[in-house]
Design a protein around this ligand. Structure first.
Ligand code: C2E
Ligand code: MG
Ligand code: MG
Length: 753
């Protein structure tokens, strides 16, 4: 480019101009000469900046085209003119257009060539500052963004240098309760609770900050008003190699979180305490419960022992026996082995108790239990059924083995017992039943063994008996009778027969009482009859013991009493003389508490005078428990009822008691009467009974009088009354009435004539 008009005439100038051309061609800035708004000349850089192909391509173009608009070009002209006209340099940043239409920033510097004559033109230096402008703008944006964050952050931000605040945001001030700008220049000490805290924080953060790491901590700091505030603090050095350039601290109020954490810790502790307390309570409860359970178990075990073992001897009782026996029988059945059941009962053991007292009796039983236990094998069971009854279950024992053991037990039981320096001897009776011959189940075997023992007693005691088929038949019949008896009352199979009782004339011979002139009818004995649909007539001697054993005797006995007394009233109405009615009482009835009341009720109900009823008791019923018997007799006596002792002489009677019993009559048993004429001994007995009765003020009635000879003897000895086939068999009610009326008719006739 050449700016001078013609340098050819001056070589020095030419040289200077060439040098200038070189400078302009290689300048880093664009240079242009503008005259009357036209580009006159420009250098290479200028062409490049505006996108002209070459400096020559730019020459002649209007400078106005290089602006965004003509207005823009004029506006620049208006601003530049006064400066240029004053001969000064004009400078401005200006947005301009490249040839391709792209807008870009320039730095323009212009000067008039001759300030006195602007028409000569101007020189402009152009720099492309577009890149720099863009970078400045980006930086400004970034800064603005950072400022926004700084100003509006939820966390407190503070810049420290030398532990003093250089800058902090509003959030930081608010966090610690300071007004805007109040913290500027302050030492960071102000938001620590103590000097020591502040120092410690400084020591703590030095290390990580100098390493370039961030420091992170939770601290309890203080507000302006002194209230503590939990903060989470993060800080970092601005330049880790030069800590003096300061650090940035980001601080967040975590009081709420801390509070929540502490609450959590507290409630966890409370919960743990509660759990511990509950656990303690629970373990106490459990311990108490365990104690209770243990006590309960002990009580149950005790109850079980009591329920399964006999309290006196410690032997199994009937419950445990049943259990053991059924187990033993199961085994015997499976393995096809024999088994024996042995019943043992002491003879007259009651006498030991009665005469020596229960303590002695108990001691004897305990010793006997030990002997029995010692005599058997491990697998055998010895049980006490109560009283002096023992049952032994002996597995794997055949007839020979059972007999052997029974002999051994006989000797053991008969050997003397010692209680309180006293020597006692008892004898046993035993009954044995064999499995499977005698029965397949325990109940049947027990019945058999019991029947066999009963036989041993009958055969004179102090013996053992095996169950036999004859006993079998008996026990089968007993079972049949028991079952039949249960329905006998309701089915009307029971009835009463009446046997007349006669008073004997003391003078003998031919008293005018009764048809035969020998005795007059004074009463009737009611005797129970049972007609079994299959078995026919069954003797009361057979079925009364069964009724007693099964308890059926109570309803049956009540029926007998009612029926006998009703019959008495019917006879009264039929015009029979005022007879007495003798009714047999079972020991079971006699022992029943309700007896006196029952008798009284029936007498009232049926309108019978008490003295017309005579109750017959056996010796056993009266002597079994004399004290109780006396009480019952007194009650009956007080009611006016007569009492007699039946079958006198067959049982045991104590004279001392007889005296105290409210009994009016002894009935001499027919076994003594039967052989009176042949047997001198019987005669002596009957004689003695009659005398004794007389001495005690008691009447006598002889039963079973069948012959004139017997009658004559009895009359001679002073017996007051008789009863027997000689006069009459027991009769049905109608027949009895006829019998009585027949006998009194001649008397009436005699009386009438
Ligand atoms: P017991 O009270 O001694 O009755 C007398 C038994 O001798 C009656 O037998 C009677 O029929 C019988 N007898 C009467 N005269 C003669 C005679 O001259 N020769 C012979 N050999 N026997 C004679 P029975 O009726 O078979 O009664 C037997 C036993 O049954 C009674 O003996 C009595 O102990 C009992 N018994 C009868 N009825 C009842 C009743 O209603 N209740 C109770 N608890 N027992 C009764
Ligand atoms: Mg009788
Ligand atoms: Mg009798």
């Amino acid at each position: 480019m050449s700016l001078a008009p013609d340098p050819s005439d001056n070589p020095a100038l030419r040289q200077a101009l060439r040098e200038l051309d070189v400078i302009l061609a290689n300048a880093g800035v664009g240079v242009v000469f503008v005259k009357a708004r036209k580009l006159v000349r420009c250098n290479q850089r200028y062409a490049e900046i505006y996108g002209f192909a070459s400096p020559e391509a730019a020459v002649g173009r209007s400078s106005v085209e290089l602006y965004e608009s003509e207005d823009e070009a004029r506006s620049l002209g208006r601003r530049a003119y006064p400066v240029l006209a004053a001969g000064e340099t004009f400078r401005s940043e200006q947005l301009m257009l490249r040839q391709n239409g792209a807008r870009f920033w320039t730095q323009l510097t212009g000067r008039l060539i001759d300030p006195a004559d602007p028409s000569v033109g101007s020189i402009w230096i152009v720099e492309d500052i577009h890149e720099r402008k863009l970078a400045d703008a980006a930086l400004a944006d970034l800064h603005a963004e950072q400022q926004l964050i700084f100003d509006h952050a939820m966390v407190g931000i503070v810049f420290l240098r030398g532990r003093r605040v250089t800058r902090c945001n509003r959030a930081f001030e608010q966090l610690f309760g300071y007004g805007p700008g109040e913290l500027d220049g302050q030492l960071s000490r102000v938001w620590y609770l103590s000097e020591a805290d502040w120092k410690a924080a400084g020591d703590l953060c030095y290390e990580p900050l100098s390493r370039g790491d961030s420091f992170h901590a939770e601290m309890l700091l203080g507000r302006k008003d002194g209230t503590p505030v939990w903060c989470e603090v993060r800080s970092k050095a601005i330049d880790r190699s030069d800590l003096s350039r300061g650090s940035i601290w980001i601080t967040q109020d975590i009081t709420a979180r801390k509070q929540a954490e502490q609450d959590l810790v507290r409630s966890k502790a409370q919960l743990e305490a509660l759990v511990a307390q509950r656990t303690e309570q629970l373990s106490q409860t459990v311990a108490a419960l365990e104690l209770k359970v243990a006590e309960q178990q002990a009580a149950e075990a005790r109850a079980e022992r009591l329920a399964l073992f006999d309290a006196l001897t410690g032997l199994p009782n009937r419950h445990l026996l049943a259990d053991r026996a059924s187990q033993a029988l199961d085994i015997a059945r499976r393995s096809d082995e024999p088994l024996a059941v042995l019943f043992l009962d002491l003879d007259h053991f009651k006498n030991v108790n009665d005469s020596l007292g229960h303590r002695v009796g108990d001691s004897l039983l305990t010793q006997l239990a030990a002997r029995l236990r010692g005599a058997v094998r491990e697998q055998d069971t010895v049980a006490r059924m109560g009283g002096d009854e023992f049952v032994l279950v002996l597995p794997l024992t055949d007839v020979a083995g059972a007999a052997h053991l029974a002999t051994k037990l006989m000797a053991l039981a008969s050997a003397p017992f010692h209680v309180d320096q006293q020597e006692l001897t008892v004898t046993p009776s035993m009954g044995i039943a064999m499995f499977p011959t005698d029965g397949g189940d325990f109940e049947t075997l027990c019945k058999c063994a019991d029947a066999a023992m009963f036989r041993a007693k009958k055969d004179g005691r102090n013996a053992y008996r095996f169950f036999t088929s004859e006993m079998q038949a008996q026990s089968a019949r007993a079972l049949q009778l028991e079952n039949g008896l249960r329905r006998a009352l309701e089915r009307g199979q029971l009835s009463l027969h009446y046997q007349p009782q006669f008073a004997l004339d003391a003078h003998g011979g031919d008293t005018p009482y009764g048809g035969d002139g020998k005795a007059r009818i004074v009463g009737a004995e009611a005797l129970l009859r049972w007609h079994h649909p299959e078995l026919g007539w069954v003797s009361p001697a057979e079925f009364i013991p069964i009724a007693e054993a099964s308890g059926l005797i109570l309803p049956i006995g009540e029926w007998v009493l009612r029926e006998a007394l009703s019959q008495l009233r019917r006879w009264d109405r039929a015009g029979l003389p005022q007879l007495a009615m003798a009714v047999n009482l079972s020991a079971v009835q006699f022992r029943h508490d309700d007896l006196p009341a029952l008798v009284g009720r029936l007498l009232d109900e049926l309108g019978v005078q008490a003295h017309r009823l005579e109750l017959e008791l056996t010796e056993g019923a009266a002597m079994d428990n004399p004290a109780a018997a006396i009480a019952v007799m007194n009650a009956l006596h007080a009611r006016g009822v007569q009492l007699s002792i039946d079958d006198f002489g067959t049982g045991h009677s104590s004279l001392s008691y007889l005296k105290r019993f409210r009994v009016g009559k002894l009935k001499i048993d027919q076994s003594f009467v039967r052989d009176l004429t042949e047997d001198a001994e019987d005669r002596a007995i009957v004689d003695a009974v009659i005398r004794m009765a007389g001495a005690l003020g008691l009447q006598t009635l002889a039963e079973g009088v069948e012959t004139e000879g017997q009658l004559a003897f009895l009359r001679r000895q002073g017996c007051q009354a008789v009863q027997g086939y000689l006069f009459s068999r027991p009769l049905p009610a109608e027949a009895f009435a006829e019998f009585v009326l027949d006998r009194i008719a001649p008397l009436s006739a005699f009386a009438l004539t």
